[in-house]
Design a protein around this ligand. Structure first.
Ligand SMILES: Nc1ncnc2c1ncn2[C@@H]1O[C@H](COP(=O)(O)OP(=O)(O)OP(=O)(O)O)[C@@H](O)[C@H]1O
Length: 317
């Protein structure tokens, strides 16, 4: 159970991310998105391809510009122009793991250089000895041998490469890690190992994760709370088990109904719900973000809210 008294590590407030210039070409990839991430939790962001998940992650690490809204880390604004010292601090403390370890590692560099890149950029080591010790520790932390530092990425399997991707993040001693589909490019047989590694590291180092995924079984396994995003807007957010037990928004319901059940008898009777955006009458009756029961938020207009309320015990807040 996530308690409200927990420390908020990251706040995303009314974030908008746009691509393209000019009125006609401008495209809003993230539209008025707000959520908090508590220290020590794994916060899931799910939605189909193109829904804006990566754009949010990239806005948090400041690769994407926030066209509107704010991002705060431990109460300090980190979006827009920020002082150099804070910029350095955030660059170290918020790190991102990328989806495809085949594409994200520099093939011509040795593991030693790949893992050290962030350290070099921030000059975050006293001397060569300390740098090497940090790299070796990071490799050990992800279950690789320190000797691997002198090898090239092509000498490793997909799972090992993703471990190198995790080591280059860990070496920075981050507080928040944005894991953008960290296992979806891996063989099914090694996905669980990498997920378990992320869980173990979280416990050992007190890490906080923003876990971006489209695989809902993985999200259910690893996250504490989940936000569902559709076309750049978060439509529902709740503790993960609550969301899976009682999805309210039609898009969440459709998404969850698409998960196969590993039991032929139940699977045969599974009802797949289809999401039809036309089911909302938003032109006359605009939606708002509402906490319908403790820690369970949904995007709804007045009429929908009435229906959703009937579905929560005690008819919600
Ligand atoms: N640099 C860019 N320039 C123009 N459009 C972009 C850019 N990056 C993302 N987009 C568009 O923004 C939308 C959201 O993309 P985003 O990558 O955030 O989605 P996603 O949910 O992470 O999808 P996926 O799971 O496929 O990565 C998409 O329509 C995408 O085409």
């Amino acid at each position: 159970m996530v308690s409200k008294s927990r420390e908020v590590l990251l706040e995303v407030k009314n974030l908008r991310v746009e691509f393209g210039e000019g009125k006609k070409k401008k495209f809003t990839a993230v539209d008025d998105v707000s959520f908090n991430i508590y220290r020590g939790e794994t916060f899931g962001l799910v939605g189909e391809s193109g829904s804006g998940k990566t754009s949010i992650g990239r806005a948090i690490v400041r690769i994407n510009k926030a066209a509107d809204g704010q991002i705060l880390f431990k109460g300090e604004i980190i979006s827009g122009n920020i002082p150099k010292q804070l910029d350095r601090e955030i660059t170290r403390k918020i790190q991102m793991i990328f989806q495809d370890p085949m594409a994200s590692l520099n093939e011509r560099a040795k593991v030693d250089y790949i893992v050290s890149e962030g350290l070099y950029n921030l000059k975050n080591y006293k001397n060569e000895e300390e740098r090497r010790a940090k790299v070796e520790q990071a490799l050990r932390d992800v279950g690789l041998l320190p000797e691997f530092a002198s090898r090239f990425p092509h000498e490793f399997s997909g799972g090992q490469r993703q471990r190198i991707g995790i080591a280059r993040v860990l070496v920075m001693e981050p507080e928040l890690i944005i894991a953008d589909e960290p296992i979806s490019a891996l063989d099914v047989s090694i996905r669980a190992q990498v997920l378990n590694l992320l869980s173990d590291l979280q416990k050992k180092k007190g890490l906080t994760y923003l876990f971006i995924a489209h695989d809902l079984a993985v999200v259910r396994f690893i996250t504490d709370r989940t936000a569902v995003i559709h076309k750049g807007k978060i439509v529902e957010l709740a503790e993960t088990e609550r969301l899976f037990e009682n999805p309210l928004h039609p898009y969440t319901r459709a998404l969850l109904s698409a998960i196969p059940i590993p039991n032929p008898r139940l699977e045969r009777n599974r009802k797949i719900e289809i999401y039809d955006p036309a089911c909302h009458d938003y032109s006359k009756n605009p939606p708002f973000w509402v906490e319908i029961e403790p820690e369970h938020f949904v995007l709804a207009n007045e009429k929908e809210l009435e229906e959703y309320r009937k579905k929560v015990p005690g008819h919600g807040i």
